[in-house]
Design a protein around this ligand. Structure first.
Ligand code: RB5
Length: 156
């Protein structure tokens, strides 16, 4: 992925230290990164950061998001409530790359209590270097997911 494409990073208290480490890493690699907090490791709520990250992507201010909490699970559940967000927990580089190539994942969720910093760096790099593959079957599947969002909006 082009390094000029903006990346937004967010974390609750559980992910605060890993977020800061990844922020330094991405800045060193030359990425344009936005940090939406948390700005300290006091207890906070992961849905608040999921929302901030989702809003930056939906508004177009960022192209990809990274959310970190203790497990990555809460963040992914919260982020997927926002229309246009495709978030998943990936604790291996294969899923982080393939999730973008096949599924157009735009938010990577990490569990700071599950993986270490070195693996997190590799996963983030795999996520950011991948692009959605322009294949009919991937586009067909994505279209079905986008239709779910539309159908759900009409029901509520
Ligand atoms: C916070 O203690 C923890 O529940 C949160 O960071 C996350 O793991 C939720 O999925």
């Amino acid at each position: 992925m082009e390094k000029t494409v903006k990346v937004v990073l967010g974390a609750d208290h559980g992910g605060y230290h890993l977020k800061n480490a990844l922020l330094d890493y991405l800045l060193r690699l030359g990425y344009d990164v936005m940090d939406v907090g948390a700005y300290n490791d006091e207890s906070s709520d992961y849905p608040d950061y999921a929302r901030l990250v989702a809003e930056k992507i939906i508004s177009g201010e960022a192209k990809r998001g990274i959310l970190i909490c203790g497990s990555g699970v809460g963040s992914s559940i919260a982020a997927n409530k926002f229309k246009g967000i495709r978030a998943a927990v990936c604790h291996d580089t294969y899923s982080a790359r393939q999730g973008v190539e096949d599924d157009d994942m735009n938010v990577l969720c990490l569990g700071a209590r599950v993986i270490g910093e070195a693996l997190a760096r590799d996963i983030v790099k795999a996520f950011l270097c991948a692009s959605f593959k322009d294949k009919d079957r991937y586009k067909r599947r994505l279209k079905k997911i986008l239709e779910f969002e539309e159908q759900w909006m009409k029901r509520s």
